[in-house]
Design a binder for this molecule. Structure first.
Ligand code: NAG
Ligand code: NAG
Ligand code: NAG
Ligand code: NAG
Ligand code: NAG
Ligand code: NAG
Ligand code: NAG
Ligand code: NAG
Ligand code: NAG
Length: 462
C-alpha cells in the first residue's frame, strides 16, 4: 500500500495539512482515519526488526505498554476489519508468553508486576472474545483463553490475606519496588479477567473470585460508595492511608468488569447493574470536560509521565466494552465516546517528524490534550497515538462484533489448570539483581512519582 496517496491526507484552502480529517457520517472515512493513526502507532514498534525482540517496544516504553498496545490492535482488527497488523500482533503476543505460558518471560522479571502481567492477559482475553487468529492446536502457540486462565490462577495463588484483609500486591517479587503497595490496577486486572472468564466459560469459580475481589476493594476503601476508585495504599500500615488519586483506567477496569458480571448473570443481578451504572455515572462526571475525556491527575497540569499518557486508551476501550455487554449504558456512553473520538482525531495533526521519533505520515502525530481541539499540544508517543486510535476506533462500538463466549462462537480452547507458582528463589537463579534493575519496575503510578518528588501528588484520605 502506498500511503503517500491516501485520501485521508486532505489539504485545506489555507494549504495546511489537516492530518486525520474524518467525516464522521462516513464509515469508510472513520476507518481510513483509524488506519492512518494505527499506521503511525505501529511505526513505533521495532520488535519485528531483525535482531530485535518480538513484543517489545523501544525505550522509554515499558513492557506492559506493548502488551496493552497489542490488545488495542486486536480490537482495531475486530472493529475495522483491517487485517494489516494481524500477523505482527499475533507474533508479538505469542512471543511474550514465557516458559510457563503465563506472560512472565524471564527477561521481564525485574520490571513485571501484577498489573504489567495483567495488561498482556487482558489482551489475550480480548483475542479470545473477538475470535482473533488462533494458534493451531499444539503447533504454533498457546491458546488465548489458556493464557488468561493461567494468569488468573497465579493471581489466586498470590492473593494475600496477611495485610489489609486481602488483595493482590502491586509487585509479584519482594525484590521489586512497590512490593508493599496494594493497588487498584493490579486488583482491577484480576477483577476484570475473573469477570470475563466467568462470562466466557460459564464457570462459577471465576464469578466467585470477582465477588471476592470487589468486596475486598470496597472493604479496604479503594472503592467507595460513590464509585470513586482510588489508586492504592501501602500495606505497612494495613492500607489505612489511601492514595486517593483517580486514574481513568482504574475506573474503566471496574466499570467493564461489573457490567460483565451483570451480563454473566443474564441481567438478573441488580447489584452488578447498579455498580456498573455507578461507575459509568461517576466516570462521566470525573473524566470528561464538555464530553471529551481527559486525565485529571496529570493532563491539565501537563505532568503526565510516559505510562500515564496512555491511560485514556483503556477507559475508552472499557466504556465501549461496557456498552456492549450492558446495553442500558449505551445512551450515556456513546455520546462521550463520539465527542472524545472527534476531539482526539483533531489532536492528530502534530508535525512531529522522525527526529522526534514519529515515523507515521507527515502531519498525523497525535497529542494527548483532546480538550484542546486541533491545537496540537506538541507531544507525540505511543501513549498519545494509542489513546487517539482507541478513541476513534471505539466510536464504532455499535457496529463491532460482540464478544464471544464459549457457547456463542468463541473457539479459543482453555486450560483451567495453567500457571506456575513462582517465588523469589526460583527466579533469582536466572540473573543477579542490581540496584539499577530495580529502578524500573512496573507501571508508573503516583506511588513511584510520590517517591521521586518527595510527597507531591499524594492525596491522603483516612
Ligand atoms: C514490522 O511491522 C510494522 C507494522 O506492521 C511494519 O511497518 C514493518 O514494515 C515491519 N517490519 C518488518 C521488518 O517486517
Ligand atoms: C529475552 O532476551 C533475549 C536476549 O535479548 C532474546 O533473545 C529473547 O527473545 C527474549 N525473550 C523474550 C520472551 O522476550
Ligand atoms: C483443539 O483441541 C481441543 C481440545 O483438545 C479441541 O476441543 C478442539 O476442537 C481443537 N481445535 C481444533 C481447531 O482442532
Ligand atoms: C484468603 O482469602 C481468600 C478470599 O477471601 C480465601 O479464599 C482464602 O481461603 C484465604 N486464605 C487464607 C490462608 O486465609
Ligand atoms: C486491616 O485492614 C482490613 C481491611 O480494611 C481490616 O478488615 C482489618 O481489620 C485490618 N486489620 C487490622 C489489624 O487493623
Ligand atoms: C444464564 O442463562 C443461561 C442460558 O439459559 C444459563 O445456562 C446460565 O446458567 C445462566 N447464568 C446464570 C449465572 O444464571
Ligand atoms: C474544561 O474546559 C474549559 C474550556 O476549555 C476550561 O476552561 C476548563 O478549565 C476545563 N475544566 C477542567 C476541569 O479541565
Ligand atoms: C450480554 O452481552 C451480549 C454481547 O453483547 C449480548 O448479546 C447480550 O444481550 C447481553 N446480555 C444481556 C442480559 O443483556
Ligand atoms: C472452573 O475453574 C476452576 C478454577 O480454575 C477449576 O478448578 C475448575 O476445574 C473449573 N471447572 C470446570 C467445570 O471447568
Amino acid at each position: 500500500m502506498r500511503f503517500s496517496s491516501w485520501p485521508v491526507i486532505a489539504y485545506t484552502l489555507t494549504g495546511l495539512v489537516t492530518a486525520v480529517d474524518i467525516n464522521w457520517n462516513s464509515d469508510t472515512s472513520i476507518k481510513d482515519g483509524a488506519a492512518t493513526i494505527a499506521y503511525g502507532l505501529m511505526k513505533y514498534y521495532s520488535g519485528n526488526n531483525t535482531g530485535d525482540v518480538a513484543g517489545n517496544l523501544p525505550d522509554p516504553y515499558y513492557w506492559w505498554e506493548a502488551g496493552a498496545m497489542f490488545g488495542t490492535m486486536v480490537d482495531y482488527w475486530a472493529y475495522t476489519g483491517d487485517d494489516t497488523y494481524v500477523d505482527v500482533t499475533f507474533q508479538a503476543l505469542q512471543h511474550q508468553v514465557g516458559d510457563d505460558d503465563d506472560f512472565m518471560p524471564t527477561n521481564q522479571t525485574l520490571t513485571e508486576g501484577n498489573d504489567d502481567q495483567g495488561f498482556w492477559a487482558l489482551s489475550a482475553m480480548t483475542a479470545a472474545e473477538m475470535g482473533f487468529k488462533n494458534p493451531e492446536n499444539g503447533t504454533n502457540g498457546v491458546q488465548w483463553l489458556a493464557l488468561a486462565q493461567a494468569v488468573f490462577n497465579e493471581y489466586v495463588w498470590r492473593w494475600d490475606n496477611s495485610t489489609c484483609g486481602g488483595g493482590l500486591r502491586w509487585q509479584v517479587f519482594t525484590f521489586n519496588n512497590g512490593y508493599n503497595y496494594k493497588n487498584a490496577v493490579s486488583n482491577g486486572c484480576f477483577f476484570n479477567i475473573a469477570a470475563r472468564l466467568a462470562r466466557y466459560t460459564g464457570n462459577e469459580t471465576y464469578a466467585d473470585w470477582a465477588e471476592t475481589i470487589y468486596d475486598w476493594m470496597t472493604d479496604v476503601g479503594f472503592i467507595d460508595d460513590e464509585y470513586n476508585v482510588y489508586d492504592g495504599a501501602s500495606d505497612t500500615d494495613n492500607c489505612s492511608k489511601i492514595d486517593a488519586t483517580q486514574w481513568t483506567y482504574n475506573a474503566g477496569l471496574f466499570m467493564h468488569g461489573a457490567a460483565t458480571m451483570w451480563n454473566y448473570t443474564n441481567g438478573t443481578s441488580t447489584e452488578w447493574r447498579d455498580r456498573a451504572q455507578g461507575f459509568v455515572t461517576k466516570s462521566a462526571n470525573l473524566f470528561f470536560n464538555n464530553s471529551v475525556m481527559y486525565e485529571p491527575p496529570c493532563e491539565p497540569q501537563d505532568t503526565c509521565r510516559t505510562d500515564q499518557l496512555s491511560f485514556k486508551a483503556f477507559l475508552v476501550r472499557w466504556m465501549a466494552g461496557t456498552a456492549q455487554v450492558m446495553s442500558s449504558t449505551y445512551e450515556t456512553i456513546y455520546p462521550l465516546l463520539l465527542a472524545s473520538g472527534k476531539a482526539a482525531a483533531e489532536q492528530c495533526d502534530g508535525t512531529a517528524t522522525t527526529s522526534d521519533g514519529y515515523k507515521g505520515l507527515e502531519g498525523t502525530a497525535c497529542g494527548m490534550h483532546w480538550t484542546q481541539g486541533s491545537m496540537w499540544d506538541g507531544s507525540n508517543g505511543v501513549g498519545q497515538q494509542m489513546a487517539a486510535l482507541a478513541a476513534v476506533v471505539y466510536t464504532r462500538v455499535q457496529k463491532a462484533p460482540t464478544p464471544y463466549t464459549s457457547v456463542s462462537g468463541g473457539t479459543s480452547t482453555g486450560d483451567s489448570s495453567g500457571g506456575a507458582a513462582k517465588t523469589d528463589n526460583t527466579v533469582k537463579k536466572n540473573r543477579a539483581i542490581t540496584t539499577g534493575d530495580r529502578a524500573g519496575a512496573g507501571i508508573l503510578t503516583t506511588f513511584i512519582l510520590a517517591g521521586l518528588l518527595g510527597g507531591c501528588g499524594w492525596l491522603l484520605i483516612d
